[in-house]
Ligand binder design. Structure first.
Ligand SMILES: [Zn+2]
Length: 751
């Protein structure tokens, strides 16, 4: 994409840093970006470009040994050993500066060997590199868990000495380091694997001897020989290697694996390095590895995640299984991302219907759609957007009210992906020029989930938006919404009145429906007849008669309400009051012995009265029907994973409330630092912010006098109403949300 020219890349990185709130002087993102560019170039066989990227990496982080080692290897592979030797020489200097003379001399030896080869004296030194010259013939060579492809590969792979001091790695280094064999792998003196297995009691002396004989003959790894002899299991071998290298063994099959943590490292890197981050504890990342010598892998993980890596040994099989289980989406994406998209790929319009019908049942498309939905539900997304653009499609999730880019499947799947969803939603796949609406019903982990699907033709194809309606969220209790206990008590008291009108106000997406449902669920008893009129019916509530508005057949809020009133309801919920007719009927119902719930789009509670008056309802009708108004917003909650305290200037709080005189100069508040669990936003989940206005005699007389909202509001405050700002401030002080977030939602205006 941004292959040439430095500026677009740099500005993209600057933008990301700002978005992720990474300090501008932090280079991790640049390094990761550059590293991935290099990997991409290597995958595509562009070694020269990869070399360029590695050189940039060296500029960015001149103290990182693996960059030197990789770069030297690239030079060596591309037939320029002279440059390779020069890079290694530079690394020698780095190690000396870092006070690591052993590492320096090891690398120096490699540089020397390359230089000797250059001089044509390669043979002799190469012989010395083959790790056969064992000081003690009786003990088997210490070995990595996996067989290397060739002695040469072995040398190169095992060669990276532990780079900069790091917890975990550092602690396993024995005090008595043997002098490194010139040019050979930097294997440290360790307990021979055979002896460890003997001590573990999993093999006998005889088995060890037999295995050693085979090893002498074939040079195969001792551990592998014992496994194929049936003497030990893969787990035994991993445990023994763990003891040998002082890395604890982890059984990924039974360990608690955090899928969010797994996704911190791209799938292809996990596969390439046989590593899997699986759990996190603060800044420590537990990483399962197969090959204890693969320090490069640990370096990569450290670089990508910015966390301290603590290695654990596991078996290859367990690692691959866990990778498959927890990294599905990543794997699938990478698979599909490698599908070559040539210019001859037909456009959406050109794909024949028959071909489309065939494609939607093909495995990759089915799998992709399933994974997109599965992932969205697991991440708690409220909407999934599938947006076509000139060069492909973007899949985005809305999580806690904010859209996140999730993936960009290849262009050639565009038509099939959209068609698959349309078929699931019972839509006409031949119709691509008109908007359509449908529904998909899913059962995920025993939860009933409905997706409301709508399509919209755009310039580059059909855009699909799926609203996820999780039936289990219809069961949210009133007590879980975040109402202060006093507010909730008052609200429940109002909701238990036999008649009157209770309004909930706020912009779209402020959680009004959830509060209505929670309230109805609370007051839903057998002897009450509850009827709702909704557009649309979002969740099915047990024992409640829900009517879906359908203007096409003349069923509007008003007409539905009119017929419902003939059905002897006790409680009526009108999804929204949008027009005078509905408002009049609702008021009439409230005045004739029904409890009516509804919503209005106003910014605060006090404005509800003026809104009804503006709709043409007489002041005396409003004053006598409305018994309470709840204004609400949803604020994002601080992510519990990366929540951190900070000293907030008093000014920050002042912005929320003027009467904070009694607050001490410095206040400890909380914020989310940003982590993988919250997609670096620092927020996870949402909480309601409420303002409940109870209609008293004084309020009633103000409404009758057509007093402005500000006056009603002040009267309510003087009678003890807690405003949304005050409620929000309370939530900030409790460490549930942040000042910025509360300011954002409380001041957000209606559309
Ligand atoms: Zn977080």
């Amino acid at each position: 994409m941004l292959r040439d020219g430095r500026d677009p890349e740099d500005s993209a990185i600057q933008t990301y840093k700002t978005l992720l709130r990474v300090p501008q002087d932090n280079r991790t993102l640049e390094c990761a970006w550059r590293y991935h560019q290099a990997m991409r170039h290597l995958r595509d066989g562009r070694v020269a470009d990869a070399i360029r990227d590695y050189k940039r990496l060296l500029d960015l982080d001149p103290d990182e040994p693996f960059v030197y080692l990789d770069l030297a290897e690239l030079y060596r592979q591309s037939g320029t050993p002279k440059e390779a030797a020069a890079v290694l020489r530079a690394l020698v200097a780095v190690y000396h500066r870092a006070g690591m003379p052993e590492a320096a001399s090891e690398v120096e030896a490699r540089a020397l060997s390359l230089e000797r080869r250059l001089d044509g004296a390669a043979r002799a030194s190469e012989d010395a590199q083959i790790p056969e010259a064992q000081p003690r013939p009786a003990s088997p060579p210490e070995e990595p868990a996996q067989a290397a492809d060739s002695p040469d590969a072995e040398t190169e792979r095992a060669a990276p000495p532990a780079p900069l001091p790091r917890p975990g790695i550092e602690s396993v280094r024995p005090q008595d380091r043997p002098p490194a064999r010139p040019g050979g792998p930097t294997l440290l003196r360790r307990e021979p694997l055979g002896r460890i297995l003997l001590q573990m009691g999993v093999i006998t002396e005889e088995q060890l001897e037999r295995a050693l004989e085979i090893h002498e003959r074939t040079r195969e790894k001792l551990g592998r020989i014992l496994v194929s002899m049936g003497a030990i299991t893969e787990q035994d071998l991993a445990k023994a290697i763990g003891i040998q290298w002082n890395y604890p063994y982890v059984s990924l099959a039974s360990a608690e694996v955090d899928p969010e943590v797994v996704r911190m490292v791209p799938h292809h890197l996990c596969m390439r390095h046989k590593v899997l981050p699986y759990a996190r504890n603060g800044s420590k990342l537990l990483v399962a590895i197969v090959d204890p010598l693969n320090l490069l892998a640990l370096d990569d993980v450290r670089l990508i995640t910015g966390l301290d890596v603590e290695p654990r040994i596991t078996t290859e099989e367990e690692l691959l299984q866990a990778l498959q289980k927890y990294h599905q989406l990543g794997a699938l994406l990478e698979q599909t991302a490698h599908v070559e998209v040539g210019p001859e790929v037909p456009t959406e319009e050109e794909v024949s219907l028959d071909r489309l019908r065939q494609m939607v049942d093909e495995a990759p498309v089915v799998k992709l759609v399933n994974l997109i939905l599965d992932q969205a539900i697991r991440e708690g997304a409220s909407d999934v957007h599938i947006e076509p653009h000139r060069h492909g499609i973007h899949v985005r999730y809305r999580i806690d009210g904010i859209l996140h880019d999730i993936l960009s499947p290849p262009k050639n799947l565009k038509a099939a992906l959209v068609s698959r969803i349309k078929i699931m939603a019972n839509l006409d796949i031949a119709e691509r020029r008109r908007p359509q609406d449908g529904r998909i019903h899913l059962r995920v982990d025993g939860r009933e989930i409905d997706l409301r699907v709508s399509t919209l033709p755009t310039l580059f194809g059909e855009k699909v938006v799926m609203r996820i309606l999780d039936q289990s969220s219809a069961l949210i209790q009133l007590g879980q919404l975040g109402m202060a206990s006093g507010v909730q008590e008052t609200w429940e008291r109002l909701a238990s009145k036999p008649y009157g009108m209770l309004l909930i106000t706020g912009p779209t997406g402020s959680g009004k429906t959830t509060t209505l449902y929670a309230t109805l669920t609370k007051i839903n008893t057998l002897e009450k007849n509850i009827v709702t009129i909704e557009d649309p019916v979002e969740y099915q509530l047990p024992r409640i008669n829900q009517v879906q508005v359908n203007p096409k057949v003349g069923l509007t809020f008003a007409t539905a309400l009119r017929s419902i009133l003939r059905q002897d309801p006790d409680i009526i919920m009108v999804g929204e009051i949008r027009d005078q007719e509905t408002a009049e009927l609702a008021v009439q119902a409230a005045l004739t012995g029904h409890l009516v719930f509804s919503t209005l789009h106003t910014n605060d509670a006090a404005s509800a009265f003026t809104r009804l008056l503006d709709m043409g309802i007489e002041p005396y009708l409003v004053a006598s029907s409305v018994i309470g108004v709840m204004a609400q917003r949803l604020a994002r909650k601080i992510c519990p994973r990366c929540k951190e305290p900070y000293q907030a200037p008093r000014e920050a709080l002042r912005r929320l409330s003027e009467d904070l005189e009694e607050v001490d100069k410095e206040v400890v508040l909380f914020r989310g630092a940003g982590c993988e669990a919250c997609r670096q936003t620092g927020y996870k989940g949402r909480i309601g912010i409420f303002e409940l206005l109870v209609v008293t005699d004084r309020i009633r007389s103000l409404v009758l006098a057509r007093a402005p909202a500000t006056e009603i509001r002040e009267a309510a405050r003087s009678e003890g109403m807690r405003t949304m700002r005050e409620d929000g401030l309370e939530k900030v002080l409790e460490g549930l949300s942040t000042v910025e977030e509360v300011l954002r939602v409380v001041y957000s205006t209606e559309e």
